[in-house]
Design a binder for this molecule. Structure first.
Ligand SMILES: NC(=O)c1ccc[n+]([C@@H]2O[C@H](COP(=O)([O-])OP(=O)(O)OC[C@H]3O[C@@H](n4cnc5c(N)ncnc54)[C@H](OP(=O)(O)O)[C@@H]3O)[C@@H](O)[C@H]2O)c1
Length: 310
């Protein structure tokens, strides 16, 4: 068994592809033979030590969150899924370890893989799908017929949010790179503005603003809102939690593993309402180079980086 892991927090240079002994699944956990995994910005955030209050100081630590695969073993009290099931899901922030041959995950973060999705397509879904779904519904309370503005509408979370909102009968506007405007138009996003847009142009048009790029000023985001509208940020920090606790439009999401929500995401993908494009697929043995490149470039162009095993 191999996985990408690291022995100290740091940059891409701390990653190693090494042999490891998978843990036995504990109570409420499953051991999954990974078929595919997907990269998210959170992966290098965790590896850098940005959340070491949560991730601790025990090494080596595995890397990677999103995966799809086949259940190899289940721990006590797991009844919803069983050995041999095809699944998709996410490893916990504390444990991580999806970039490997085997991963242990909490069963609450794992659901059945729709049969019409490949393992690669399924692995691309968990983080972006769950975050988009919870930003729209739990924090955003978006209703059919309402309008949402997505800042960064073609990133992983932004594109998923746009598709899920459109499928719920909402109107979607968004910002993206000027050269990608046709891609946004093809998704059904209207209006579309460039990264440097002036919020004044869209004054008072939206019930909900989701900032996936963390580039909107508070004043700019507020300008976009109709009276009573909500602003959902995806950057959970002490400062944003304080802002969200005060009266006003600001809310902050820390996506949670809720099986019913992940099932909704999987169902939307099964029905063709949600498609997360894949830009590049590499084998586990080539993955550190691809991850390093992706991290240095800042954001994936054209879709997810998928890592395959097995
Ligand atoms: N709170 C949570 O629970 C949670 C969960 C998941 C993710 N997140 C966070 O959410 C953020 C988005 O994640 P992701 O996976 O969607 O990342 P991503 O795929 O890298 O998407 C970011 C998007 O922002 C766009 N962008 C860059 N600069 C911009 C600007 N000035 N104005 C508007 N858009 C701009 C990028 O466009 P280009 O590609 O054209 O550069 C890209 O489409 C990350 O910071 C991630 O850590 C939070």
């Amino acid at each position: 068994m191999q996985r990408i892991q690291y022995h100290q927090y740091g940059g891409p240079e701390v990653m190693r592809l090494e042999d490891f002994e998978p843990a036995r699944p504990g109570r409420g956990q499953v051991l999954v033979r990974v078929r595919a995994a997907a990269a998210n910005p959170m992966d290098w955030g965790l590896r850098s030590g940005a959340m070491k209050m949560v991730t601790g100081r025990t090494f080596p630590r595995g890397l990677g969150h999103d995966f799809s695969g086949v259940i190899e073993a289940v721990g006590p009290d797991v009844t919803r899924l069983g050995v041999g099931d095809d699944v998709l899901g996410g490893a916990s922030i504390k444990a991580s370890g999806a970039f490997g041959d085997m991963v242990v995950a909490d069963v609450k973060a794992v659901v059945s893989k729709p049969a019409n999705l490949t393992f690669e397509e399924a692995a691309a879904l968990p983080t972006v799908g769950l975050t988009a779904f919870q930003a729209l519904t739990k924090k955003g309370r978006l209703q059919p017929g309402q309008a949402v503005f997505i800042n960064g509408c073609l990133g992983g979370v932004g594109r998923a949010a746009a598709q899920l909102a459109l499928a719920r009968g909402a109107l979607v506007g968004g910002s993206c790179r000027d050269t990608a405007a046709q891609d946004a138009r093809d998704l059904g996003i209207d209006p579309i503005v460039g990264f440097g847009f002036d919020p004044e142009e869209l004054n008072g048009r939206f019930d909900l603003v989701i900032d996936t790029a963390h580039t909107l000023s508070d004043q700019g985001a507020k300008k976009l809102l109709k009276p009573g509208g909500r602003i959902v940020g995806l950057h959970p920090t002490p400062a944003t939690f304080v802002k969200a606790a005060l009266p006003g439009p600001f809310h902050v999401l820390l996506a949670q593993a809720v099986p019913e929500d992940l099932e909704e995401v999987a169902r939307a993908a099964e029905q063709g309402a949600l498609r997360v494009p894949i830009a590049r697929t590499v084998r586990l043995t080539e993955a550190m180079e691809a991850l390093t490149e992706l991290e240095r470039e800042g954001t994936p162009k054209g879709g997810k980086l998928i890592i395959t095993t097995g």
